[in-house]
Design a protein around this ligand. Structure first.
Ligand SMILES: [Zn+2]
Length: 443
């Protein structure tokens, strides 16, 4: 695992104008040009994956795919679907391209379904693209991102680039989701951000504690709020939008698909970033459903050549508007009509304190990050008002001492209002759709 180093930051500075221009331009391509760009990128990627990634060679040969017959975008439907388990079992030898050395890559982790952690390897180019696409995010939602705009980012871990770029541009303040509400409030009031990003449930947490005066103060410079990583409804976002008097817009992304996949523009059009990803909706037989109908979301990332993902079953449900449905913003990227994902629970403690799913997700994730190799997937279950189980699948070297530390840590994060049991299991509960609920309340 590597972090963004000076060399990469220099590259970002050097590439910045070029890449930003290209990403800006792509947003406003005509439908015809989008199709052409996607097709070129897809054909190149699929050929590359077949020739350099053992998983695809084997998978496609077994399915009788003749790679030279994959010639158009429509041919994507002939390719077999990629499952999470294949990525888990095959990492790194079968899933990472032969052209890359896994030690040179950045590794992201996310929970698997059968209890093993899913590792995703990103090339430097991919990491840079992730940074740039996060800047484009604000083009969509706030009509541009200026180099002096202050971005306050409430999340599990710091944005890879740190506090700003070396020339001081794009300043960013980080608030850890696990920081107390008081501290979060204080930083928000002090930084008066232009842009704010956080889990929707965390926004609700903070909102509960803000007075009208404070909301006014925080909204002073605010241009937009971006919510992500959890499902929220349009109705909720409209309500928050009224309170802060700025657009509150949703972003859909995943570790596997290298960050942002789709995001709302200021007209609430939920645009798929088609220059970077192909999104499909399929039925239970893996057949593509007509536009407008709900199906399982398959994602193909078009730029991470270190570990290509083609027709990856993400585990969420999606329906996509027909191409003819246009958005007022003028972008011709196709739009998501509906998105359905897992809904996590909240915990209510003895004192009446309510812990949101966003907060609880980070309670678990910090343990996963801290004990990377010794801990695999986890689930938090509130069994009684004062009893919470941290169910997890042990990796190698999970000692009694680590178990005791996790117990203590999680209890502290639950404000010592519940006893925590660290329970080791072989498998974790999954929903019918194969996606695991991470936070479960049984009370
Ligand atoms: Zn739009």
């Amino acid at each position: 695992m590597k972090d963004i180093n000076d060399e990469m930051i220099n590259k970002i500075m050097e590439d910045c104008p070029k890449t930003t221009t290209r990403l800006k331009r792509n947003q406003f391509l005509s439908r015809e040009k989008i199709e052409k760009l996607k097709e070129e990128k897809f054909i190149k990627l699929v050929n590359y994956a077949y020739n350099n990634v053992p998983l695809y060679k084997k998978k496609y040969d077994e399915a009788g795919i003749k790679i030279e017959e994959i010639k158009t975008l429509k041919d994507i439907e002939k390719l077999p679907i990629l499952e999470k388990e294949e990525l888990i079992e095959g990492f790194p030898n079968d899933t990472v391209s032969k052209e890359y050395n896994v030690d040179d890559l950045t590794i992201g982790i996310t929970g698997g379904t059968t209890g093993k952690t899913l590792n995703i390897a990103y090339s430097d180019e991919t990491m840079l693209m992730r940074v740039f696409t996060s800047y484009r995010m604000f083009d969509l939602i706030a009509d541009g991102y200026n180099r002096d705009d202050v971005h306050t980012y409430v999340y599990t871990s710091k944005f890879p680039l740190g506090d700003c770029l070396p020339d001081g541009s794009f300043p960013m303040h980080f608030i850890c989701t696990l920081d107390g509400i008081e501290k979060s409030k204080e930083i928000l009031l002090k930084t008066k951000p232009n842009l704010l990003t956080m889990y929707p449930s965390r926004l609700e947490d903070i909102l509960r504690e803000l007075s009208e005066e404070e909301i006014k103060e925080i909204s002073k410079n605010l241009k937009a709020i971006c919510v992500k990583s959890e499902m929220s409804t349009q109705k909720q976002r409209d309500e928050w939008s009224k309170i802060f008097n700025v657009p509150v817009l949703d972003e859909y992304g995943s570790e596997e698909l290298c960050g942002t996949v789709a995001a709302q523009c200021q007209h609430k059009g939920y645009h798929i970033w088609e220059d970077l990803n192909i999104i499909e909706a399929v039925d239970e037989n893996g057949i593509n459903v007509p536009d407008g109908e709900l199906g399982e979301l398959l994602g193909t990332n078009l730029y991470n050549y270190a570990m290509p993902l083609i027709r990856y079953r993400q585990g969420d449900l999606v329906s996509i508007h027909p191409k003819e449905v246009k958005c007022e913003c003028g972008r011709e990227f196709q739009m998501i009509k509906e998105l359905k994902g897992r809904k996590n629970s909240t915990f209510k403690l003895k004192s009446g304190k309510v812990l949101s799913s966003g907060y609880l997700l980070d309670v678990g994730y910090v343990q996963l990050i801290k004990y990377r190799n010794t801990l695999k997937s986890w689930v938090l279950i509130q069994e009684k008002i004062d009893k919470v189980v941290f169910e997890c699948i042990p990796g190698e070297g999970l000692t009694e001492e680590i178990k005791a530390n996790i117990k203590k840590d999680v209890e502290k994060l639950l404000f010592n209002e519940a006893e925590v049991e660290v329970r080791l299991v072989k498998d974790l509960p999954v929903s019918a759709r194969g996606k695991r609920k991470q936070i479960i309340s049984e009370i």
